[in-house]
Design a protein around this ligand. Structure first.
Ligand SMILES: C[S@@+](CC[C@H](N)C(=O)[O-])C[C@H]1O[C@@H](n2cnc3c(N)ncnc32)[C@H](O)[C@@H]1O
Length: 220
């Protein structure tokens, strides 16, 4: 189980600052314990759906909703389920985003060689999952590629900006990946985003950012 930590709390804070509309239909994608779904229900959302692929997370989020008497629908699933339940007014997501060497695949945080195996499909889907006028908040590390996320979202026709950032010390997972991040740089020295990884890997800190995507009222 992914215990809420700095990225969870930064996203929760950004969600609170965003002032979610009281009657919103909210999706918490990659809910874990349900921390964001709970925040949405407490903020007065009309409906809250929480999705996670891990059965244990689903069980935990259900228990957390039940023990707080909050009407949260917790389902097992990924983007396919989200697509069937769309559109949403608000989407919040703390997906797995840690770059992972082959053989490392803990679904709580590992996300392929560049950390984008869940973030990329999510960025592609967000414009369609949102109702016009809706917004999404997605948190990930600078090591996942903030500009790539912004570019992908903008290519889908939504407005995308960084709305929160926090520099935090490496936790145990990132510390165990420092060598891997440096090797990625050596292997793909032509890739500017990977060069940035090397210069930051030595610092043993990472910046965690929350990206907001707004689907305009009148488009497409
Ligand atoms: C970094 S944790 C975030 C948990 C919680 N939202 C938080 O902020 O503390 C990522 C969660 O995403 C789930 N997950 C991983 N891949 C997923 C996918 N493709 N679709 C839905 N959930 C996924 C994992 O099981 C894990 O609970």
């Amino acid at each position: 189980m992914y215990r809420p930590q700095e990225d969870s709390w930064l996203l929760e804070h950004a969600f609170g600052c965003a002032g979610p509309p009281p009657d919103a239909k909210v999706l918490d994608f990659c809910t874990g314990t349900g921390i964001l779904a709970v925040a949405a229900a407490r903020a007065g959302a009309k409906s809250v759906t929480a999705l996670d692929i891990a059965p244990r997370a689903v069980l935990t989020a259900r228990l957390n909703a039940w023990s707080r008497r909050l009407p949260i629908r917790v389902l097992r699933g990924g983007l396919g389920v989200a697509r069937r339940l769309a559109p949403f007014d608000v989407i919040v997501s703390n997906p797995p985003y840690v770059p992972a060497p082959s053989g490392a695949h803990d679904p709580r945080w590992d996300a392929g060689p560049d950390g984008r195996s869940v973030v990329d499909p999510l960025c592609r889907e967000i414009p369609e999952l949102l109702r016009p006028g809706g917004f999404a908040l997605v948190v990930h590390s600078e090591f996942t590629g903030v500009d790539t996320t912004l570019d992908m979202l903008r290519a889908g026709g939504v407005k995308a900006t960084v709305v929160a950032r926090e520099r935090i010390p490496f936790g145990p997972v990132m510390r165990s990946r420092a060598d891997y991040l440096q090797h990625r740089r050596t292997d793909s020295a032509a890739d500017a985003s990977v060069v940035a990884i090397e210069s930051k890997a030595g610092t043993e800190t990472e910046e965690v950012v929350v990206i907001r995507a707004d689907r305009p009222e009148h488009t497409r």
